[in-house]
Design a protein around this ligand. Structure first.
Ligand code: SF4
Length: 406
């Protein structure tokens, strides 16, 4: 049989960019990044959140630098993180007065691993060129890369108007949405060109063009990927809360990643009421892992359950195992190289239980309704034990821990 495409398209060739020791693009694995939502001037709060994001697996963390107080806090945050043994690169997110903040706070310019510029709000007309140029010159002086981050919500209005007029004069071949998409792409490409003309090399430029609709994101990044070889940062902006944000981000970025487009991703989720910001890192990792691009945590295969099992033991067991594995990963990563490749199966009954468990490194098939109350455990494809009684879950969790140790 032929004709099955079993893998994504080859990765688009992009110029690699070193962001504080983490390579983005140039064939490097797709990087997971995130952003804090603390007031950067609050050093304690920001250090705590950056640390939580980094420990959850964020390989780059962006922080807002919006005023003098936050710019002054950046070197202190960097220092505190280093004292905690965390070397995660920090990116400064600048809007409106980035040129001034970087000029007035050289220690901030030095402490950051990358500057994010939004060409849509860096100024107007000659002022825009001057202020954009000032940030690029600072990046050249300090040897830092920049991300030229276009966002449809703050799109360069001069450029959009010019393209609308151009489209009108040509008899309106493009729809208003298509003109907006073109303006987004053109804003990124023209800004990159301007930065290169000032002297910033291409291996220090990353592009992004964030929009909030899935089809727009796919269209814009596909165009951007076809018209440049800059490293690309993917992200759906204002993706939304909970499952809506997760599905929208995964759908949009999944399509692009499958086409080989994207060198770093950020999943932007409206924070949960409990304020846990690490969820976006977990979703980004799961997206890359589910698609087979990277492996971050051991996989727990669990059946969905059905009428053949009335017990919730297997659901709780699957959740506990997944939570334990995730929690222990920062510790295990160095101690047990390759642990992220582990596959654990937790199945609800005999129908698919033994088969799935045999395919895992370690798996358990719990007893379904009406079955003998015993749970065979398979290790490396062979039946290794049969658990019985009230402590099946605890015993299996211990067996997983022992397996990892072994
Ligand atoms: Fe239902 Fe058993 Fe399949 Fe789980 S393994 S979904 S309990 S039939």
């Amino acid at each position: 049989m032929t004709g099955y495409q079993s893998s994504p398209l080859p990765r688009r060739r992009s110029v690699g960019v070193d962001v504080g020791g983490v390579t983005v693009g140039g064939g490097a694995p797709v990087v997971v990044q995130s952003m804090t939502n603390t007031d950067t001037a609050d050093v304690d709060g920001t250090v705590a959140q950056v640390a939580a994001l980094a420990k959850a697996g964020s390989e780059i963390v962006r922080i807002t630098v919006d005023r003098d107080e936050s710019a002054a806090a950046v070197p202190r945050i960097r220092e505190r993180l280093e004292r905690l043994g965390l070397d995660v690169p920090l990116v400064g997110d600048f809007h409106y007065i980035g040129h001034k903040l970087l000029a007035d706070h050289p220690a901030c310019a030095e402490a950051l691993a990358k500057y994010r510029i939004n060409p849509g709000n860096v100024g107007f007309k000659e002022k825009k060129d001057r202020q954009f140029g000032a940030i690029v010159e600072t990046a050249i002086r300090y040897g830092k890369p920049v991300r030229i981050g276009v966002n449809w919500g703050s799109l360069d209005q001069e450029l959009l108007t010019a393209l609308m007029d151009e489209n009108q004069a040509a008899g309106a071949p493009l729809t208003a949405d298509e003109v907006t998409r073109e303006a987004i792409v053109r804003s990124a490409l023209l800004s990159a060109q301007a930065a290169e003309e000032i002297g910033l090399p291409r291996d220090r430029i990353i592009l992004s063009a964030k929009v909030s609709r899935v089809q727009d994101l796919v269209a814009v990044y596909t165009a951007l990927a076809g018209r440049s070889d800059h490293a690309l940062h993917l992200g759906l902006t204002e993706a939304g809360m909970g499952s809506k944000g997760i599905v929208a981000s995964s759908a949009a970025m999944g399509i692009l990643l499958q086409q080989g487009i994207g060198d770093t991703i950020r999943v932007s989720l409206t924070p949960e009421p409990n304020g846990d910001r690490t969820r976006e890192v977990q979703v980004a990792q799961e997206l890359l892992q589910t698609m087979g691009f990277r492996q971050f945590v051991p996989v727990v295969a669990a059946c969905p359950g059905c009428g053949r099992t009335t017990s919730t033991v297997f659901q709780e067991l699957a959740q506990n195992i997944q939570a334990d594995l995730r929690r222990n990963m920062p510790l295990w990563r160095d101690k047990y190289p390759g642990v992220e490749e582990l596959k654990v199966a937790v199945m609800g009954c005999i129908v698919n239980g033994p088969g799935e468990s045999k395919h895992a490194d370690i798996g358990i098939s719990l007893p379904g309704t009406g079955e003998t109350p015993s749970a065979p455990v398979f290790i490396d494809g062979r039946k290794a034990a049969t658990l019985r009684g009230a402590d099946i879950a605890a015993e299996f969790e211990k067996m997983v821990a022992d397996y990892i140790e072994a």
